[in-house]
Design a protein around this ligand. Sequence first.
Ligand SMILES: Nc1ncnc2c1ncn2[C@@H]1O[C@H](COP(=O)(O)OP(=O)(O)OP(=O)(O)O)[C@@H](O)[C@H]1O
Length: 259
Amino acid sequence: MEISQKEFCHRSIVSMDDVSFSYEHKKVIDKLRFDVLERDFVGVIGSNGAGKTTLLKMLVGLLKPTAGEIRLFDRPLSQFKDWERIGYVPQKNAFNPLFPATVREIVLSGMYTKKRVYRRLSKVDLQKAEDAMLAMRIEDLADRRIGQLSGGQQQRAFLARAIVNNPELLILDEPTVGIDAETQVGFFRMIRHMHQHHHMTFIMVSHDMDMMQSYLGTEPQQVSGGIKFYVKHTHDPEDCRETNLTHSIGQIREMIGVQ
Ligand SMILES: Nc1ncnc2c1ncn2[C@@H]1O[C@H](COP(=O)(O)OP(=O)(O)OP(=O)(O)O)[C@@H](O)[C@H]1O
């Protein structure tokens, strides 16, 4: 059967079927049904403690649902092995300034998945890390220790790490916390560009209602417990074209705008 351009653009990236989660006896997520399709930008909004981080942790396999099923790229999560297809930036936590890794090492560590942990890094891998740092405008910080950087610079390093494999799905947990307003604007411009021109699907938790609603609209597609899902699709057939991260690094750099 011929797959139409439209269907190709709407492949299932994440599906949650009656997913529940409890910490001991405290139920945090209750029978959540939600699907993320290719090229969706899903904004996840909710009050403190609503379960947003818990949800993202389930999606990347750090927590196991108490009930229900999660599928990633149409495979049950328990059988899913292609973790390089997913980039994840967890919620920012205070970095120990003595942590010895450099920015380049942090970015390169994104190359290691369970599958490839013993593989030597190739020249191509090293170049990908340089490209990701260029895209985030942190190439000048490559040899600096991560613990010595500002919060915003650290976030960019972790974002570079998340995109180093040119993932199809980027999962971001409050990526702009601790970043100044001007850098935030550049950051949102950049992820919008990645959504529209780099064939990426996004799931992003944020408390920044203004930014989320300006891109995703004011009406949530779904409300589940204390969590609201705002979704923007890019449906134009031309958006289905494969692009790669490196081809327009200049554009991404312009998008960020500020250093
Ligand atoms: N490891 C844990 N053990 C027990 N309870 C937890 C644990 N982690 C989170 N919780 C509780 O689960 C609920 C959901 O937490 P979660 O971090 O998912 O919320 P959130 O929506 O991401 O909140 P925030 O906006 O503050 O980041 C909260 O009530 C929290 O206290």
